[in-house]
Structures are given as structure tokens and as C-alpha cells.
Design a protein around this ligand. Structure first.
Ligand code: HEM
Length: 490
């Protein structure tokens, strides 16, 4: 089989003379290491350095090989090539790379870290169930609005004194997902809830640490050292919690009263139980619920935390958002999804928070399901591919001022909101974020609701210039921990 593949490569290479990326390319270009990539991401965020992604692509081109320890990966850099790969060539680039760390999360089940038929049926079910909840009796919009009130109260309770908003925002966002999954929210001081949030937060940090990365590339050695144990323990504990909750829901299951995702899954499982082949088993339930939990909490919460930091740093922008809120939403009334259409400036600011915040700089790795010929190269089957999202969100050919926080990127000369093709924080193509609609709704309702209620400003003695937008590097780019003060607006 191996010889056949080699022979195949040879014939195809003779025909088209492509280079085998990750093999021949290395000969005429310097090696790019993960450190180079991380440095570039850091420098991009330091606007004073005025560096941008073209630094990487100018040096190495739009497509290059990256060496992580013994492993070679292909990086795609820039809007055009990433769109071509993920959208036009979706069949060639639409698989997930299941690295050893991702395998700990999923054992190749669920949605986020799965492929093939399991991925297809789980993703289809996830999208349709989330859509149904959006239109159900208690819509997702109402669930988010319900969560906004306790969040505002908790912010108020600090009486203008500096506090770190991290845990509170995580709790609010996580509660939206909990309400969708389990059909109920938790009090912020509930010890079980606090433990869940802590484990999710810890895992997001751990997944990007060098020690856990080591597990990806030197798996045997890292297993001996037990570097991945905490991550594994957290995942097991989270799955145990989901399993217990689903056992309770099974007892109360009522097709006329579907409270959440778990109910919907259990009903589907019942329907499919007579089929010879079904993917609606226990392992897929636990993993897809964990996917929702993990992918749905950290991402949205981090984006809101970036948003508050940017509002403190750019008070003139905060003021313009608040003026627009005052014009369209009465005091005491909660924002609704409908309001967004009337509020182009706020919409543009939220889009810019996502662009500039760039929370998933390296996307989630894809891989090639077969040998792929692309832009004159042969990328062998099973190669990990990084569609480098930073290079799209900061692409100099697509944005007027890529290294500045500038809401005008999303406004025309008349102040109307304009879409931007290179706005790709949710990625693109068949693996694009499954929670995009929910995330957009949450970002608008939480951000607008918080800015309606409060003005955010830095603690005494800290100037806006002191506020750093340099991220802490990990799997997601999170703001360096900061303190904030709030002044109620009414
Ligand atoms: C601001 C918030 C969010 C951002 C920026 C974001 C971004 C992303 C990105 C970049 C991917 C990888 C896409 C790819 O592989 O090409 C992804 C995948 C995914 N996201 Fe999100 N996400 C967000 C919120 C959410 C929420 C709220 C949920 C769940 C309710 C969610 C669920 C998922 C799932 C299940 C996948 C895997 C899709 C698949 O592999 O088919 N995300 N997201």
C-alpha cells in the first residue's frame, strides 16, 4: 500500500511537477517554528510595532511548512488562500486533524474533534437542535436576557470598586449554554457550577500550554511524564457530570416538554433505536454536549472581556455606542436581537472587537483526507493544515488599518453597517463554527446590555494608555488579566 502511494505520488509529480510540501519546500526556505508563529501573533497585537501578518507571508509566502518538534504542518496565510482552501476546496481541506490532545477530548466522537459519518450526523443534529431552540417556547434570546440581569447585579455589587470580570462573564455565558443543554441555569455561587466553570477555564488554558503541546508531538514521552493528566481528569469529571444529568433527564423525558439539548438527543436516540446503524449512542451524547460546553463558553466570554477592555481603552468609542443605545433602547428595557438592525455603530464595534480580538489565531487545525494538489504543491494525505486566521483578520490587502482598533472597517461613508468578506473569526466552509448564530446573539445582547447599564473605566491610577491589549498566548488569545471599574448609567 505504502509503495502504491509512493508510486502514485511519483506519477502525479511527473505529470504536474508539484513540490511535496513539508518535504521539498523545506530545502529552499528557512524552517518556520511554532515560536516564529507565536512571536508574529504577539507583535501583530502590539500596534505600536505596526507589524502585520504580511511579515510572515512576505517571508514565507502564502503557504509554508511549520515544524512543531518532529511534526510538519502546512500553514495557509492570507484571506484569499484560506477562502479558496476552506470554501472552494472544502472536500480537500474539510477534515479535522485529530491530534493526540484533541483525541483526549473526544476519542473522535461528537462534533468538534470528529470526522466522517459521526461528525456529519452529530453536526446536523446540533445545528437543527440549536435552530429549534431559537424558535422554541423559551427562545435563546430570552435565555440570554434572563442571564443579563444577574450579571448586571453582580457588576453593580462592586460599588465602583475595581474588580476582575473574568469569572462573572464566564458564569453568565456558561449559564446560557447550561440552559440550552440541561434546561436550567445555576446560581453563580453554586459550588457544582463553580467547579464546572473552573474545569472549562483550566482546560482552555492547559490546551495551549507548552507541556500539553509536547504531548501532541512526543506523546509517548509526555504520557510517561503525565503532562496531560490534569486535562484528562477535567474532561472525565465534566463527562461524569453530563452523564449524571442525562440519567436524570431520561427519567423525566417527555416529548411534549423538551427542556434542553439533552432531552432532544435522548428522544432522537429513542427514535433511532430500531435502526441497524445509529450514531446516537452514549459516547456521542457526552462528547457533543462537552463540545457545546467547551466551545460555547470560553470563546464568547473571552470576546466580551476583550470588548470591555477595548471600551476602557477607547472611551470615545464607548460613548458613541452608549449614545446609540440611548437613541434606540428605553432605559429599563433589555436589548433585543431586533435592535441590532437599527444600531449599525454598535454592530460595527462588536465586529471590530472580534476582528481585533482574534481569539482563535490559529483556528482549529484541519487535515487533508487524501493527497491534495494545491497551488503547485502536493500535500500528502493526513497532513495537519493550519488556516491561520490571524492572517485573514489582519490581512493588509483586506483592511484599511489592520493593526488599529477601528470600527469604521464595518461602516460605509453614511454610517451604515457593511459586511466584510475577510471577517472570519468563525472560520469558513463546512467546519465553520456551529455556534455562530448563538455567539452573535450573545455578543450583541450582553455587550449592549452591559454598556446600557454601565460606563467602564480603568481603576484609579491606571491610564487608558497603561491598558495593554497584548494577549496571553494559549489555545485562545485571552486578554492579560485586568481590573475594571463600573459607573451605573442610571
Ligand atoms: C465568539 C464566539 C466564537 C468564536 C469566535 C468561534 C470560533 C470557532 C472556530 C474558529 C471554529 C473552528 C472552525 C474550523 O475548524 O474551521 C469553531 C468551531 C466550532 N464551534 Fe465555535 N466559536 C464561537 C462560539 C461558539 C459557540 C457559542 C458554540 C456552541 C454553542 C460553538 C460551537 C462550535 C462547534 C461545535 C465547533 C466545531 C464545528 C465542526 O468541527 O464542525 N462555538 N468555532
Amino acid at each position: 500500500m505504502k509503495e502504491e502511494l509512493e508510486a502514485f505520488k511519483e506519477t502525479r509529480m511527473d505529470e504536474h511537477k508539484p513540490q511535496i510540501l513539508a518535504e521539498k519546500k523545506k530545502m529552499n526556505k528557512p524552517n518556520v517554528t511554532s515560536t516564529d508563529l507565536h512571536c508574529a501573533i504577539e507583535e501583530i497585537k502590539e500596534s505600536t510595532l505596526c507589524k502585520s501578518t504580511d511579515m510572515l507571508s512576505e517571508k514565507y509566502g502564502e503557504i509554508f511548512t511549520l515544524h512543531f518538534g518532529p511534526k510538519k504542518m502546512v500553514v495557509l496565510a492570507g484571506y484569499k488562500i484560506i477562502k479558496e482552501a476552506l470554501v472552494t476546496r472544502a472536500d480537500d481541506f474539510g477534515e479535522r486533524a485529530i491530534t493526540p490532545v484533541f483525541k483526549i477530548f473526544s476519542n473522535e466522537h461528537g462534533v468538534l474533534f470528529a470526522n466522517g459519518e459521526i461528525w456529519k450526523s452529530m453536526r446536523r443534529f446540533m445545528l437543527s437542535t440549536l435552530r429549534d431552540f431559537g424558535m422554541g417556547k423559551k427562545s435563546v434570546e430570552a435565555r440570554i436576557q434572563d442571564e443579563l440581569m444577574p450579571l448586571i447585579e453582580s457588576f453593580k455589587s462592586h460599588n465602583g470598586k475595581p474588580f476582575n470580570n473574568h469569572l462573572l462573564i464566564n458564569s453568565a455565558v456558561s449559564n446560557v449554554i447550561c440552559s440550552i443543554i440541561f434546561g436550567k441555569r445555576f446560581e453563580y455561587d453554586d459550588p457544582t457550577f463553580q467547579k464546572l466553570i473552573k474545569m472549562l477555564d483550566e482546560n482552555a488554558k492547559l490546551a495551549g500550554t507548552p507541556t500539553v503541546m509536547l504531548y501532541n508531538y512526543y506523546t509517548f514521552l509526555a504520557s510517561l511524564l503525565g503532562l496531560h493528566k490534569k486535562l484528562m481528569q477535567n474532561i472525565q469529571d465534566l463527562k461524569n457530570f453530563i452523564s449524571q444529568s442525562s440519567m436524570t433527564r431520561r427519567l423525566d423525558l417527555d416529548a411534549n416538554y423538551v427542556t434542553g439539548y439533552i432531552d432532544a438527543y435522548l428522544l432522537k436516540q429513542k427514535q433511532e433505536s430500531t435502526k441497524a446503524q445509529t450514531y446516537f449512542n452514549e459516547e456521542n451524547l457526552l462528547t457533543s454536549v462537552l463540545d457545546l460546553f467547551a466551545a460555547g463558553t470560553e470563546t464568547t466570554s473571552t470576546t466580551i472581556r476583550w470588548g470591555i477592555l477595548f471600551m476602557m481603552k477607547y472611551p470615545e468609542i464607548q460613548k458613541r455606542v452608549q449614545e446609540e443605545i440611548k437613541r434606540h433602547i428605553k432605559p429599563g428595557q433589555l436589548p433585543t436581537v431586533e435592535d441590532r438592525k437599527k444600531m449599525p455603530y454598535t454592530d460595527a464595534v462588536i465586529h471590530e472587537i472580534q476582528r481585533f480580538g482574534n481569539i482563535l489565531p490559529m483556528n482549529v487545525s484541519h487535515s487533508t483526507p487524501t493527497d491534495v494538489y494545491f497551488r503547485g504543491y502536493l500535500i500528502p494525505k493526513g497532513t495537519e493544515v493550519i488556516p491561520f486566521l490571524t492572517s485573514v483578520l489582519y490581512d493588509k490587502t483586506q483592511w484599511k488599518t489592520p493593526n488599529e482598533f477601528n470600527p469604521n472597517h464595518f461602516l460605509d461613508e453614511n454610517g451604515k453597517f457593511v459586511r466584510h468578506d475577510a471577517f472570519m473569526p468563525f472560520s469558513a466552509g463546512r467546519r465553520a463554527c456551529a455556534g455562530e448564530s448563538l455567539a452573535k446573539m450573545e455578543l450583541f445582547l450582553f455587550f449592549t446590555g452591559l454598556l446600557q447599564a454601565f460606563t467602564f473605566y480603568p481603576p484609579p491610577g491606571v491610564s487608558r494608555e497603561d491598558l495593554s491589549v497584548k494577549p496571553a498566548i494559549g489555545f485562545t488569545l485571552v486578554p492579560t488579566p485586568y481590573m475594571t471599574c463600573v459607573k451605573p448609567n442610571y
